[in-house]
Design a protein around this ligand. Sequence first.
Ligand SMILES: Cc1cc2nc3c(=O)[nH]c(=O)nc-3n(C[C@H](O)[C@H](O)[C@H](O)COP(=O)(O)OP(=O)(O)OC[C@H]3O[C@@H](n4cnc5c(N)ncnc54)[C@H](O)[C@@H]3O)c2cc1C
Length: 501
Amino acid sequence: MLLPMYVLTGDAADVVMADTDWHARRDYIVLKPANRNEVRIALAIAAEMRVPVHPVSTGRNWGYGSGHPPERGTQVILHLARLDRIVDFDSQKGLVTLEPGVTQGMLAKFLECNGARFMTPTTGAGPSCSLIGNALERGYGLTPCADHFAAVMGIEAVLPDGQIYRSPLATWGDDVAPLGHYKWGCGPYLDGLFSQGAFGVVTRMTLALARRPARVESFYFWIGQDDGLEAAVDRIQDLLASAGGPIGGINLVSAERLNLMVKQGSKLPRAAWIGTGALYGDRSQVLATRKSITSRLGPVSKKIMFLNRARLRLAERLEHFASSFGLAPSLRQLVRSTAEILGVLEGKPSEFALPLAYAARMEVPAHDLDPARDGCGLLWYAPVVPLDGPAARRYYRLAVRICSRYGFKPAVTFSSLSPIAFDSTLPLIFEPTQEGSSRAHTCMKELIQQGKEEGFFPYRYGAASMAEAVSSPDVFWRLATDLKRTVDPNGIISPGRYHRS
Ligand SMILES: Cc1cc2nc3c(=O)[nH]c(=O)nc-3n(C[C@H](O)[C@H](O)[C@H](O)COP(=O)(O)OP(=O)(O)OC[C@H]3O[C@@H](n4cnc5c(N)ncnc54)[C@H](O)[C@@H]3O)c2cc1C
């Protein structure tokens, strides 16, 4: 049975339900089961009492509603952070089977302690976030397995009627691991229903980890003027299509976004856009890819820089030398943050990206950052943008036009998902008061609506915008809703999440 100490209400529930948004509701009931059996019991009670529950893994979906459900009527949260076992690890193939409470930080520690040659799939959200929660939201990261749901090889979930679902190639039994070696299994691909769907409570997942390559490098390029955007994007497209695997992904960051990310007073080379990317492979692959990068991006960039561990050690020695004469404090800051970013690309989780959420606040804690706990206001707009120059320009114009109307910076980043698509993340940062929140939501609504009219559709929605996602008369959303009603006729699991309620 669930023990009373793992049912949180009042202030204790408020702490768990902190969000990067303003909320009137303060009466959540948070259940914290310890294992799959307790999840089943909680769902059975919910079904009997016809009370909907919203499952979260660590509930740190910052900027998308954190642990909040999409519908106001859902009051009970099924918080799975206590299911935190790494159930199985195949050290030869890099297949790891884990529970929802396992975070990036926990997996990184486990891999390090076991001397494993595999990388933790890191994201900008940092060490305290769940691997399963992020994969189920189809989150993106910074290592070669950047598409986190693509790395899912098998799923175990408790269905609304209490049955245990397992991927079709998993052998049957209570302690199955791994849950599959082959993503697509056989028959209709049902694992997909659990990602951005509310068809069950996922209690285990098997992920394929990327092997740590001999070399990891980062590269940076500077686009001096804003009118260089189209040419740079077209060059990035050509580079990704021709170089393939060794390039992990490219981010193109606007000056407005960079200003929110770096500390006041930091001295960085001025540019309208700054590009960053990661290179993976052995020495010869990396050297060959460096050449492709230089030849393709050189003509459109003010400057290109490659950074690896050896160069960083040299920079650290220089910084040490300069600081012994009291010189270049900003160099120290630069060397440290570049080292941290390189670490993230190598699969070492870090909080390096989280200070962005604190841009409207005076102080950023030195460690253990948690934007929801610390009262930061943030909503993410995250549409997919075709990876070509004219589309990037049209999208950026839309962002500038709408953000400036509501007093937000068009702090756009373009992140390559493939050689044909970017995901753009645009943070709306505000004071999490009723006024700030309502301004951000109005701006978000306009971005979503006008973005759709121009062909830019979010790949992921925040809890408060979920109704926007499913409001179109498309057959797609009708079918998603029909399927959900078949599996969960009483609407027990997260009603309104990526289906019409
Ligand atoms: C500065 C900053 C940078 C960020 N960078 C990134 C980034 O690089 N990439 C990225 O993807 N995100 C990023 N985020 C967004 C977000 O914080 C992460 O995606 C985070 O990993 C999601 O929270 P979580 O892992 O705790 O998932 P949760 O909040 O636990 O889960 C997310 C949702 O998935 C569903 N779900 C979760 N677990 C289960 C389960 N076991 N069964 C059924 N349904 C479930 C629920 O609907 C839940 O609301 C960033 C946020 C900030 C503030």
